[in-house]
Design a protein. Structure first.
Length: 264
């Protein structure tokens, strides 16, 4: 708890990240990842291995952009730095521990972006969604874009905020959580380089007997192409969120993502 409070005070974060609880949740994710390092390591290791394999297969390796970089525990950062001229980590919050770890690495740059493009719109600061990746899309040297365990994380802060602010929600389009997912997929499709997409797509709540009590579509109905591979990730093992319940996510991987199979 003291470590989380210290990070809350020391982490540089814009007003939108604080207002929408994304700084708090970023720190909570870091903390849970430490507690559940053993349970999460198979998932992280598979992510790192897939990203490293995709990167090694590319004919050109000038710049790689990692969207949803977080604490980079699921990113093979050393391999990317060895292969690419430039590594760009993009997230709405970069914790001080990461900044300290990377400050001597000249190849790495950190960009703080709202990857939904919608937070300022929800807050009433602008009149429509803002393009969060226009400059990176226009950069012809980007040979690889990685969206890593990000896609499902774009919807829930918006869904929570809309539920807590019904008056403002009434003035906004329907299905905004799903739209945030669809917008990110469309943003990815605009890049000319290779796209590697990794995302959890479904959450299952089950008890110790294995009985399923809830199944949640983390994509909010947005359809995706057939995945290349999948596995289960025990995001909250028994005792993490509840003593008698575990929460397991299904992860899908697209080694070369080229677009959605259908629109909203």
């Amino acid at each position: 708890m003291l470590a989380e409070l210290a990070l809350q005070a020391l982490t540089p974060a814009g007003p939108l990240a604080r207002r929408f609880g994304l700084l708090r949740e970023g720190i909570a994710l870091w903390s849970r990842g430490r507690r559940q390092r053993k349970a999460w390591e198979p998932h992280r290791a598979r992510c790192r291995a897939i990203i490293a394999e995709v990167a090694a297969s590319l004919p050109r390796r000038r710049k790689v952009v990692v969207l949803g970089s977080g604490p980079v525990r699921d990113i093979p950062l050393d391999a990317l730095c060895a292969s690419f001229d430039e590594v760009v980590l993009v997230d709405i919050v970069h914790l001080p521990l990461l900044r300290l770890k990377l400050w001597r690495q000249p190849k790495i740059s950190l960009l703080s972006r709202d990857l939904t493009g919608a937070m300022a719109w929800l807050a009433g600061d602008v009149e429509s969604r803002q393009d969060p990746l226009a400059d990176l899309v226009a950069d012809g040297s980007v040979d690889l874009v990685i969206s890593a365990n990000l896609l499902s994380q774009l919807a829930w802060p918006v869904a929570d905020w809309l539920e807590e602010n019904p008056a403002r929600a009434a003035a906004l389009p329907d299905n905004l959580p799903a739209r945030c997912i669809a917008w990110h997929l469309d943003d990815l499709a605009r890049f000319k380089g290779h796209i590697c997409l990794i995302s959890d797509v479904e959450m299952v709540e089950r008890d110790r007997s294995g009985a399923i009590h809830e199944r949640l579509d983390l994509m909010y109905g947005v359809k995706l192409p057939q995945e290349d591979e999948s596995w289960l990730w025990p995001v909250a093992p028994f005792g993490e969120a509840e003593r008698k319940r575990e929460y397991v996510h299904k992860v899908h991987v697209w080694r070369r993502y080229e677009g959605r199979s259908s629109t909203l």
